[in-house]
Write a protein that binds this ligand. Structure first.
Ligand code: NAD
Ligand code: LMR
Length: 343
């Protein structure tokens, strides 16, 4: 019996080792739009992440150059840049566990994110088609704006190809919570590392709804609160104005995208309780015809594990939510309609 027990124990140990080795080895991450303002620093941060074993970079120009540069960094992952053609895109995507999409044009001063729709909708649709064919089981992380519309575009493409898994599609809204945490720490003169402000809704203007009543500073009120909420909702505009025609947030976005990818990899590799706010196919407002909504989401090996409700909000926040839902519904419908009209 002892021999049997010992044999079983060592087999279990072997299995565990085999599992953890294959879990970490399996982490191929693809970045589409890798040579852009976000794509380059995002790829750099992913190259520094020991959970990533293979980094696959695609862009309509410059992918191989960025890959050659990053490949000299002395971390274990391999880096490959792919040719800007259909075969290159397919090879880049194949076997990916995570696909990040920062491909698309950024805003200039005076533009809304929705003004990017005409250019970015077809870019995201075409990349989604390729992803649905080459790596239908990968987690897709959409960064390209307008996120409120580009995420529904990806879901429609996946539905049309019969491979849609709502648990594996994410609009990256991490930058909103990163900003909220930093901005509140500046007002309260605290360490941002300890500040967690839930931000729900979508990712543009009034669809960005910070819930200060659920932060460490629930009593913030009056003009201080109004200014803080406004800064979180329009933080993107601050960067667009400062860059003065040269684009929008890239470095802070790279950090936010890398953080989200890292959270997914941690969850995929077995860690429990990994929670990130993100824009997903959500039951929370489906009864009002709103199929996608950002809230705190627990991540697991298959992507979305549990979608947390918005929780208790005060009267002021309820008004913000009401305004959010009106815009969000239109933004989502616009993405769905686009794919129906331009499959
Ligand atoms: P950028 O112009 O610097 O880079 C975009 C890159 O995408 C370029 O290298 C371009 O060659 C590439 N590209 C264009 N079409 C492509 C295609 N079909 N396939 C592959 N690559 C393609 O722009 P950026 O500053 O990196 O911003 C990218 C997008 O991210 C914008 O839409 C921007 O609004 C958005 N963004 C989102 C967030 C967010 O919080 N979700 C934050 C910042 C920016
Ligand atoms: C942001 O929030 O910084 C991005 O969505 C880019 C933008 O257009 O503001």
């Amino acid at each position: 019996a002892f021999i049997m027990f010992a044999a079983r124990q060592s087999f279990n140990l072997f299995q565990k080792r085999a599992f953890s080795a294959s879990a970490s080895q399996a982490s191929k991450v693809a970045v589409l739009g890798a040579a852009g303002g976000i794509g380059q620093p995002l790829s750099l941060l992913l190259k520094l992440n020991p959970r990533v074993s293979e980094l696959a970079l695609y862009d309509i120009r410059g992918g191989p150059g960025v890959a050659a540069d990053l490949s000299h960094i002395n971390t274990n992952s391999t880096v490959t840049g792919y040719n800007p053609d259909a075969a290159g895109l397919r090879d880049c995507l194949k076997d990916s566990e995570i696909i990040l999409i920062p491909a698309g044009v950024p805003r200039k001063p005076g533009m809304t994110r929705d003004d990017l729709f005409n250019t970015n909708a077809s870019i995201v649709r075409d990349l989604a088609k390729a992803a649905a064919e080459a790596a239908p089981k990968a987690h897709v992380l959409v960064i390209a704006n307008p996120v409120n519309s580009t995420v529904p575009i990806v879901s429609e493409v996946y539905k049309a190809k019969g491979v849609y898994d709502p648990k594996r599609l994410f609009g990256v809204t991490t930058l909103d919570v990163v900003r909220a945490s930093r901005f509140i720490s500046q007002v309260q003169k605290t360490d941002p590392a300890g500040e967690k402000v839930p931000v729900v809704g979508g990712h543009s203007g009034v669809t960005i709804v910070p819930l200060l009543s659920q932060s460490n500073h629930a009593s913030i009120s009056g003009e201080t609160r109004d200014a803080l909420v406004n800064r979180i909702q329009f933080g993107g505009d601050e960067v667009v104005k400062a860059k003065d025609g040269a684009g929008s947030a890239t470095l802070s976005m790279a950090m936010a995208g890398a953080r989200f990818a890292e959270s997914l990899l941690r969850a995929a590799q077995g860690e429990k309780g990994v929670i990130e706010p993100t824009f997903v196919d959500s039951p929370l407002y489906k009864d009002q015809g709103i199929d996608f909504f950002a809230s705190r989401v627990e991540l697991g090996p298959n992507g979305v594990e549990q979608i947390h409700p918005v929780g208790q909000v005060n009267e002021y926040e309820q008004k913000l939510l009401d305004a959010c839902l009106v815009d969000l519904k239109k933004n989502i419908q616009k993405g769905v309609d686009f794919v129906k009209a331009n499959p």
